[in-house]
Each structure stands twice: as structure tokens, then as C-alpha cells.
Design a protein. Structure first.
Length: 386
């Protein structure tokens, strides 16, 4: 077990200003956050961990205004994070900015064949450090935090620079540093922040099976729920359960009394907005429905048989190349490619070099997949009869 790392706790604005002065011009820094969002729509930032020039800092955003960190985030310095997607979202919401330059150790590990690697497993493998087990139920918003909690938080950044060095060396040896840069740029391009209310229905599993007017009504109710959740800063299910969205869409009540008996409905909690919700349901009848299950359109029927085949082949290639299959291509990537979408990730960059060009031959009919008992699926030139 690694010795608990030392740290400096930042609880005043002058202390934060001094930290940023020390960080000015640094080549890189370790970064992590602790936050909660169990009942809120937006994440609640509870702690920021920084490692700068070999020193671990814990910034208490409940005691100081963390917005001056924007200067560090917007500088040429590289932020080293593990599984950074949520951290970037939290920082953008809470501070208004996130690091412009990122080295994500989980993505780097994925390009070396370690899928969805945890921080603890990477610390053990790359640095030889066994991280202390923390309490996953820790309330990071509670004050004061104990020394044990603070030390556990500091450990999340204490060895990030060493881990980044190890992963970078391995990627460089394999010629995959450019792959990491591409994957990181994709991460930056991902939309973050509140979900578009008009697309909220797509997250409701039961709604995808509705059709016609029932679907149009579910779409309208889900959009209303999303907007209300954002306005109240509540998780959407605390505004209205998924089951209730579907139940209302099918039942289409016209008066509040008809809410009774619909599964998932708490008539008392909906009483203040019952008339508003009934109006939403009524207006849905005059609203064109958005019944395409995929925003980019359905995969053509002629291409559906190919999807299962290339999914198996791409997964095999990922294993052989020692790459996290999810990084190489997910189902949406494969569907985009088969549809010929101009933005398909398999159509350019390192993915195209590794698998996209071969897929073009396969889909174009100039190559076929054969099964070899020893090698599995093998791409071969197609023999065309005279």
C-alpha cells in the first residue's frame, strides 16, 4: 500500500492566487475533481485536486471562487486526467472553462489494449503503486472533510505525471502518439452540458417502442420534463418517472383526475403543473412527430446483414492490435460507415488506416471475409469469375 501523499489545502483566495503563480509556465499538471449529481440536473463541484511541479493541492470550491483556474486551463500547459469526460463537463459548468490541452490516461491505456482501465489498476500496472481503497459513498460536499478523505483525494493526482510518462513511452514505441492526439481532440469536440430537450425522449427505453400519436406525445412530455428538470436543477426522474412519461403518452389524460391509475404518476407532486402538462399533451396532437429512432436515419435494409459481420471482425482486429474495441469503433461508428456518413470516424485518421480502408474494400465488394480455424475472420481479395 502506498504511503498517503502530502498535500496543501487551499481555502482562501490569496492561497489560490499563490498556487496559480507557482503554476504559471508549467509544462503540465495533474487534475481531478470530486462532485455529486445524484439528485441534481447539474453536477455540484465539491473538490478540485491539482498536482503542480511535484506538489499536490486540494482546492475547496465551497470556500473559494475557483474561476481564476481558467487562466491555467487556457494556458499551453497540458492537464493530465484519468477518464476526463465527466471532469471536463463539471469544470465547464462550475468554472466556465476546462483545460484546452488534455492527456487522458484512460484513453492512452485503451490505445495500449487496456479497455476502460480504472485509475487503481493503472497505478498498479504502470507505477507499481497500490492505491488505498476509498469509500465510494463519501459525501464530498460535507465539511469538514477528514484527513483520510483529503489524503484519498490527493492520491488521485499524486502519480498522474509518472503514469503519463509510462503510457507515453509505450505509445511512442508503437507509433501511436498521434492516435492519442486524435482521440483527445475528439473528446474536446464532444458536446457537453445540458441535453437538448427535444432529444430527451431518446433516453427513455420504453418510448422507443411507441408509434404514431403515442410517440409524438411521449416526445412532447419528455421535452417538457427536461426543461423543467433544468429549471429546477433536478434529475429528470424526480420531475417525472420514465414510466410515467410513457403512461401519460398512451393514456393522454384531458383532466387532472385522469392521472389516477397511470403507473409511475404521483398526482400530488404534479398538482401544481397538472394543467400545464395536460396542455402539453393536447398540443402534441398538432405537433409533427419525430419518429426516426436514429437522428441520422435508419441503416438501409441492404446493409443490415453486414453490420453483424463487420462488428465481429472489427472486434477481432482490436484484440489483435491490442486496442480497446470501444475506442476503435462502437456500433454507431459502424452504422455511420455503412451509411456512408461524411463524418464517420472510420473514414479518416488512424481508424481509417487500421480498419477503415479495408472496410471500404469489403463493403465495395472487392474483398470478402473468410473464416480460418486458426486465425478467425480473414479479409481476402474477392475472386470474380470471368
Amino acid at each position: 500500500m502506498a504511503e498517503a501523499p502530502s498535500f496543501e489545502l487551499i481555502t482562501t483566495q490569496p492561497a489560490l492566487a499563490e498556487l496559480l503563480a507557482r503554476a504559471e509556465g508549467c509544462e503540465r499538471y495533474g487534475l481531478d475533481t470530486e462532485f455529486h449529481r445524484e439528485r441534481t440536473y447539474f453536477p455540484q463541484l465539491a473538490l478540485i485536486q491539482l498536482r503542480v511541479n511535484g506538489v499536490n493541492y486540494l482546492i475547496d470550491p465551497l470556500a473559494v471562487d475557483p474561476s481564476p483556474l481558467s487562466a491555467l486551463f487556457e494556458s499551453p500547459s497540458v492537464a493530465i486526467l484519468h477518464a476526463s469526460r465527466q471532469d471536463l463537463e463539471v469544470l465547464e459548468h462550475s468554472i466556465g472553462s476546462a483545460p484546452a490541452h488534455v492527456f487522458d490516461t484512460q484513453i492512452a491505456a485503451g490505445l495500449l489494449g487496456f479497455p476502460s482501465a480504472s485509475l487503481a489498476s493503472l497505478l498498479d500496472r504502470e507505477v507499481g503503486v497500490q492505491a488505498a481503497k476509498g469509500d465510494r459513498l463519501t459525501d464530498w460536499l460535507r465539511r469538514p472533510l477528514t484527513d483520510r478523505q483529503l489524503a484519498y483525494a490527493a492520491a488521485d493526482v499524486a502519480w498522474l505525471d509518472e503514469m503519463a510518462d509510462s503510457l507515453s513511452a509505450q505509445l511512442d514505441e508503437l507509433g501511436r502518439l498521434d492516435w492519442l492526439r486524435e482521440a483527445t481532440e475528439e473528446l474536446h469536440m464532444e458536446p457537453r452540458g445540458p441535453r437538448a430537450p427535444e432529444d430527451a425522449w431518446r433516453k427513455i427505453k420504453e418510448a422507443r417502442h411507441l408509434k404514431g400519436r403515442d410517440l409524438a406525445t411521449a416526445q412532447a412530455i419528455a421535452e417538457w420534463r427536461e426543461k423543467r428538470a433544468q429549471a429546477l436543477d433536478l434529475t429528470p426522474r424526480y420531475v417525472l418517472a420514465d414510466l410515467a412519461v410513457v403512461g401519460l403518452a398512451v393514456a393522454k389524460p384531458t383532466v387532472p383526475a385522469e392521472f389516477a391509475g397511470i403507473r409511475g404518476i404521483d398526482a400530488r407532486s404534479l398538482k401544481p403543473v397538472s394543467e400545464e402538462l395536460i396542455a402539453v399533451i393536447a398540443n402534441a396532437a398538432a405537433t409533427p412527430r419525430r419518429d426516426a429512432p436514429n437522428p441520422a436515419g435508419e441503416l438501409p435494409a441492404s446493409m443490415r446483414p453486414a453490420l453483424s459481420l463487420i462488428t465481429a471482425w472489427v472486434a477481432q482486429l482490436a484484440r489483435q492490435a491490442k486496442i480497446d474495441p470501444a475506442l476503435l469503433a462502437n456500433r454507431s461508428d459502424l452504422e455511420d460507415f455503412l451509411r456512408g456518413a461524411p463524418t464517420a470516424r472510420l473514414g479518416s485518421g488512424w481508424r481509417s488506416e487500421l480498419v477503415g480502408n479495408d472496410l471500404k474494400q469489403l463493403v465495395g465488394g472487392s474483398a470478402v471475409l473468410a473464416f480460418d480455424r486458426g486465425a478467425g475472420l480473414v479479409l481476402e481479395p474477392r475472386a470474380i469469375a470471368d
